[in-house]
Design a binder for this molecule. Sequence first.
Ligand SMILES: [Zn+2]
Ligand SMILES: [Zn+2]
Ligand SMILES: [Zn+2]
Length: 300
Amino acid sequence: MSIPCPYCQHPFPPGAQSCPGCGASLLLEAVPGGTQPVCAVHPTLRGLGTCSRCGTFACARCLRAGPQGETLCVRCHQLEPDAPLPWDQREELGMWRAFWKTLGQVLLHPGCFSQARAEGRTSDSLLFTLLCSLPACFMTGLTYMLIFTAMPWMMEALPDPNPSTGDGSGLAFMRWMGVGMFVATTLLGPPLSVLMTLMGAGVDHLVLRAGGVTRPFNVTLRAHSLSEAAWALGIVPLIGTQVAPVWALVSRFFAYRGLHRTTTGTALAGTLLAPLATCCLCGGGYMALMLAIFGLAAQK
Ligand SMILES: [Zn+2]
Ligand SMILES: [Zn+2]
Ligand SMILES: [Zn+2]
């Protein structure tokens, strides 16, 4: 939001001390006893804009841009909670410490979101998602490989239904298949989860917007990406990938409510509406498919 210059009406952004249009200084002396508003902090300076939070007049020195570009006074700007998460402090902490500390906070103290910095760069958010997906993708790939390498031995234990092909080529094929599955899951899984995060955050953002949220998409993406922390539990074989989706939804609710500073209802809708709709669609599609198959079978 910008404010018109008192001389030329050219809009200037909060924080500017001279007009970008006519170059005049925006620090205007207040006329003693005049009718014009004066700054709440500097009574000798004219108030040029009002704070969108507390409504007081602020001079050019006291005007600030809020997290959504709104006009704030210097006091309300200081009160704006802006605690950086460890992930925002990678330069000081180092990549891995920042990652582990963020995992701990998101998984165990999701309340931290209500005080946390809302905005984050898209690349930072997606990098976090990528790192979180690695353990689950690696473990899933490993599980596939073990199943495929173990399967030939299990089949060998069974009577061979077709002895003419029992030359061992099937065994080798299964083993290579297992290795292939491992490589494919480990390599393709992480970029795929980044893509899913982008799409998921996009859909959730539409729901949140409908619920009255005004903060930009990068806040939703940051919340969605950070809530992927639970997928790091995917390193626990078999159980991890079962627990992760539920835990991720719980974290996402806290992240949406905290970073968007929105109501519990809007945050719940943003978290659950898209997954529920997907379930219904998939469930519906599955039912239709089953009915069609039964229908075809009944006709024969
Ligand atoms: Zn001007
Ligand atoms: Zn204020
Ligand atoms: Zn002032």
